[in-house]
Design a protein around this ligand. Structure first.
Ligand code: MN
Length: 255
């Protein structure tokens, strides 16, 4: 049986990156697209609970949803599709999703939602904002090969993959860890035509720490990066320190 694939993104159903993935993933098995009807970047793992959702079939097997990427995966799996997918792919995002930025990413959250449902899932992002066709195609080919490997070998429980490709043709693919970002974000106050202050977030250059083996370092050196992410946010390394609080008296004994 060829794998049944659910494809989504956070840049919206019109995005060329979504189309590029659709075209290559079709060589693996049937693909259904359930994607936001407009750009929903940086919505993180948001779920729409306070209004109904509508899905519009815009072409055969393509559904445009007035919700978030996480909504799309939910609606796809539990509502629109006739079967649970064997693979969830999210992307190709316009712009990289690296280091701490992945916590904001709708692209990554969609793959996280797939993982929460126990489905092997991959987030795919290209470190360009101008949709160059040849790099979208290259990214799609790398994603296809990664998807093939993940389906063949399987992924550990609660694990999903975050693939990023560099701004020019990749020298190879590195297995990486999540990097760290220097926060230099700014808030820009402006005055509206009625004399009231409004604000723009961000706009400053992103700066990543040069951590060897990290996702951002791989991209900087011209490599694509694959980081295995998991759903457990527990900082296991911090447990001994917290256990020692108040000489071990603060927390009750556990076994
Ligand atoms: Mn996006």
């Amino acid at each position: 049986m060829p794998p049944f694939i659910l494809l989504t993104n956070d840049d919206g159903i019109q995005s060329p990156g979504l189309r590029a993935l659709f075209e290559v993933l079709g060589t693996l098995g049937p693909v259904r697209v359930v994607a936001p009807d407009r750009e929903r970047s940086a919505v993180g793992h948001a779920l729409t609970l306070h209004k109904p959702l509508r899905a519009n079939q815009v072409e055969e097997g393509w559904y445009a949803v007035d919700g978030t990427p996480t909504d799309c995966v939910n609606l796809g799996v539990h509502g629109l599709l006739k079967q649970v997918p064997d693979l969830v792919v999210s992307g190709i995002n316009r712009g990289a999703n690296l280091a701490d930025d992945i916590t904001y990413s709708g692209t990554v959250a969609a793959a996280m939602e797939g993982a929460l449902m126990g489905v092997p899932s991959i987030a795919v992002s290209l470190n360009r904002l101008d949709d160059p066709p040849e790099l979208l195609q290259e990214t799609a080919r790398i994603a296809l090969e990664l998807a093939r490997q993940a389906l063949q070998e399987g992924l550990p429980p609660d694990t999903f993959l975050n693939l990023n490709t560099p701004a020019s043709s990749a020298r190879g693919v590195r297995l990486t860890v999540q990097g760290r970002r220097h926060y230099s974000d700014q808030v820009f106050p402006k005055i509206d035509p009625r004399g009231r202050t409004y604000y723009w977030l961000g706009g400053s250059e992103r700066a990543f720490e040069s951590l060897p083996g990290s996702d951002s370092q791989a991209l900087e050196e011209g490599y694509a990066s694959v980081t295995p992410l998991h759903l457990d946010l527990t900082n296991h390394r911090s447990l001994p320190l917290l256990r020692s609080w108040q000489q071990g008296q603060f927390f009750s004994e556990t076994d």
